[in-house]
Design a protein around this ligand. Structure first.
Ligand code: GLN
Length: 204
């Protein structure tokens, strides 16, 4: 289909994203320097460690260039740490943790409590047909607030350490942005990547 998707390759799960894209026949390019952004049709910000990625974004010069590309309407899909990088507000972040602050959500880093390391859930995602999506959460952010401009595409019902049960948005969309708090690149299900690609193609 002729698209090239950049995958931010400073740290984290970038190889798995590239593999998932190749499985659906989409070309990808590792993005490490500003010049790697030239000509891409969309960008994936992978899971990993948002604080580390934020530092490397600054030192590589990518932070400014991606900020500019976002202003120009680049399609961006942020997963886990990538969602944190997109969020307007980051709770429990490092005080010096920078991000793009373009999606009108508030996220709490590592917000799922003591079961923080990992859990899985089956999700119905708006816009995705067929069986539920198996979602793998690893030290995932909790979306605490969502502005009305943001569309919630999937939610999970979760029991926290204090025994309270809450329904938490886990896939969000806003204009050309898509974000999820889990790791769609770690399963063999490529339908979320496909959703991102469809979003891009629908405006081409
Ligand atoms: N806890 C990580 C962070 O704050 C995100 C975890 C992940 O991407 N799996 O950046």
């Amino acid at each position: 289909m002729g698209l090239t998707i950049g995958v931010l390759a400073l740290q984290g799960d970038f190889q798995e994203h590239a593999l998932t894209l190749s499985q659906i026949g989409v070309a990808s390019r590792e993005v490490r320097n500003p010049k790697d952004l030239i000509g891409i049709d969309g960008l994936i910000l992978p899971g990993g460690e948002s604080t580390t990625m934020a530092m490397l974004l600054e030192s590589s010069g990518l932070f400014l260039e991606i900020t500019r590309a976002l202003k120009d309407g680049l399609f961006v899909f942020g997963t886990c740490a990538g969602m944190i990088l997109l969020a307007r507000e980051v709770l429990d972040g490092r005080s010096d943790q920078g991000g793009f602050a373009v999606m009108d959500i508030s996220v709490r880093r590592n917000g799922f409590g003591r079961q923080i390391r990992s859990f899985e859930a089956d999700l119905a995602v708006k816009g995705i047909e067929g069986p539920p999506i198996r979602a793998v959460f690893i030290r995932a952010p909790v979306v605490e607030k969502v502005a009305k401009e943001v569309e919630i595409l999937a939610e999970v019902s979760y029991r926290f350490d204090d025994d309270s049960k809450r329904v938490i948005p886990v896939v969000c969309g806003q204009d050309r942005l898509l974000a999820c708090s889990f790791h769609p690149e770690l399963t063999s299900d490529s339908r979320l990547h496909q959703l991102f690609i469809s979003k891009i193609l629908s405006e081409k």
